[in-house]
Ligand binder design. Sequence first.
Ligand code: R5P
Length: 294
Amino acid sequence: MGSGDGMIIVGGSASSKLASRVAKLLGCPVVNSEVTRFPDGESYVRVNYNFKDEHAVVVQSTCYPQNDNYIELFLLLDAVKDLGAKRATAVVPYFGYARQDKRFKPGEAISVRTMCKLIESAGADDVITIDIHEDETMANFAIPAYNLTAMSLIGRYVARLDLRDPVVLGGDQGALTRAKRAAAEFMADYDYLHKTRQTSTKVTMRPKRLDVSGRDVVIVDDIISTGGTVIEAIKVLKKQGARAIYVACTHPVLVGNSLQKIIAAGARKVMATDTIEHKISVISVAPVIAESIH
Ligand code: R5P
């Protein structure tokens, strides 16, 4: 198949559902890549589309298995250009390795910087991601690179939950902007959890400005991985008298049984977007991606 000059969405195996949602919103065709393995374990990627100068938009999250998903992304970007796309946009809804963005200890690889170089050299003409851990990471790209946010979508979803006197809380000071953005959608108060070191081993945590007693609290974060950050916050907020605690994040990395642990700690509901396909991915980021591409 081929559609002449226009846009074509190419879904990688980690993001095929999201790719279809983006294509539907943009009213353009979607082709899902065929991804299998050679007998020795190497990745095989095929894009069954007859490109005629289209703008190819490759949608592929680099969540677990991160290394395989990155290789697939590189192969897809290189293939679509080689097959005749005039332009390739890399949409990487979840950007793996983003948290290794510094040399925390001597000798460490700055992994995310390497991934940025590889995306660019694979053929991307521009890059879109969502709620990357640190916005500064985008400065690693020489091509146009955009970090979108899902926080307004999360806020709109939370607004429908019928919360009592809600407060939106960022897990730390860095998440205050995210909390503000989500809270703006339903005129809620917002704050962040402030950590104070009491002794060399004791850290206390409490909302910086607001009293949560008797109020419904929504904790927002970019990533929930082990759940450790959120579980600690839930414990503290319960002690401080929060009425019900909701948790929302952009990227449900949720390793092992972290979701069960968060529920067991007392979260009434845990919500996330579809940057990573998960059973709690109830909010689609397709509108922000489609709007940005449009
Ligand atoms: C930290 O700065 C991030 O925003 C997340 O709070 C953190 O990565 C979550 O990780 P975990 O779920 O393992 O505590």
